[in-house]
Design a protein around this ligand. Structure first.
Ligand SMILES: [Zn+2]
Length: 227
C-alpha cells in the first residue's frame, strides 16, 4: 500500500491534484513531427509531452505538497493508475481485491449503468475505497454506477480537440461544457488534441448494485482484518 495523504483530517485520493503540482501551460503551436502535422509546444520534449501521438498538458508531480484540489486530477497519476491498474483512491493495485476474482471494479458518476464497451478516464477502485468515495464525494452520493470489468484495454485520450487551421479549442460534441472529449488512438484528431487523461474501454461488464457494492466492501474489510 503506497503512502496515504491526508489534509485537514480528510483522506486525499491518489489521483487528486495538489496545488504544488500546477505547472505553466505553454500555448499550443502548429508543428510537423513524426507522423505528420499537429499540435505542439515551442519547447516540446517528446518523451514528456507526447504520447499516443497526442500532445499532453503539462503538470508537476508533488503529491502531498500544498493543498489538494478535489475537483482536479493529476495527469501523471491518472496515467499511471490506468497503465498499472491502480486504485484511484488509495493507489494500491486494484487487482486481487479477492483472491478468486481477477476482475477490477469501476465506479462512475451519474445514474446510467456502465455499458459494455463504454469508455472512461476513471481508473479502477477497491470496493472499500469505492464506498469511501461515495460517502465523501457529494456528486457520487447523488448518483453513481459500479461494475466489475474483465478487461480494460487502452482506447485513447480525454482532452480538448483543436481546430487544425486556427488552433482554437473546439467545443466537445454532445458533452456538457467543460467536459473533455474522448478521442480514439486511431482517430486523426488525436494529433490535434491536447490530452489530459488516458481513456480505456470496459469489457466483460457485470453491473454491481449499491447493496452488492456495500457487501463487497464489508467482506473486504473482514478479509483485511483476518490477514
Ligand atoms: Zn483502494
Amino acid at each position: 500500500m503506497p503512502k496515504q495523504h491526508y489534509w485537514r483530517g480528510m483522506h486525499v485520493p491518489y489521483i487528486t491534484a495538489w496545488s504544488a503540482e500546477s505547472a505553466h501551460q505553454p500555448p499550443v503551436v502548429w508543428r510537423v513531427g513524426q507522423g505528420g502535422e499537429g499540435l505542439g509546444y515551442d519547447d516540446e520534449l517528446p518523451v514528456i509531452d507526447r504520447r499516443y501521438e497526442a500532445l499532453w498538458v503539462r503538470s508537476g508531480l508533488a503529491q502531498g505538497r500544498g493543498e489538494p484540489d478535489f475537483s482536479r486530477i493529476n495527469t501523471h497519476r491518472q496515467k499511471r493508475a490506468m497503465k498499472c491498474s491502480l486504485c484511484q483512491v488509495c493507489g494500491g493495485t486494484a487487482y486481487g481485491w479477492r483472491a478468486d476474482d481477477e476482475r477490477t471494479l469501476h465506479l462512475v458518476g451519474g445514474a446510467t449503468p456502465i455499458a459494455e464497451g463504454e469508455t472512461t478516464a476513471a481508473p479502477p477502485v477497491h470496493p472499500g475505497c469505492a464506498v469511501e468515495a461515495i460517502e465523501s464525494c457529494p456528486p457520487l452520493r447523488r448518483g453513481h454506477a459500479a461494475a466489475l470489468v474483465e478487461f480494460s484495454p487502452l482506447w485513447g485520450v480525454a482532452g480538448v480537440v483543436h481546430d487544425p487551421v486556427t488552433l482554437a479549442p473546439l467545443p466537445s460534441p454532445g458533452a456538457r461544457p467543460g467536459d473533455l472529449q474522448h478521442v480514439h488512438v486511431g482517430d486523426k484528431a488525436i494529433r490535434w488534441t491536447l490530452a489530459n487523461f488516458t481513456v480505456v474501454s470496459l469489457h466483460g461488464v457485470t453491473p454491481v448494485s449499491r447493496d452488492e457494492l456495500y457487501a463487497m466492501a464489508e467482506a473486504d474489510k473482514h478479509r483485511a482484518v483476518a490477514a
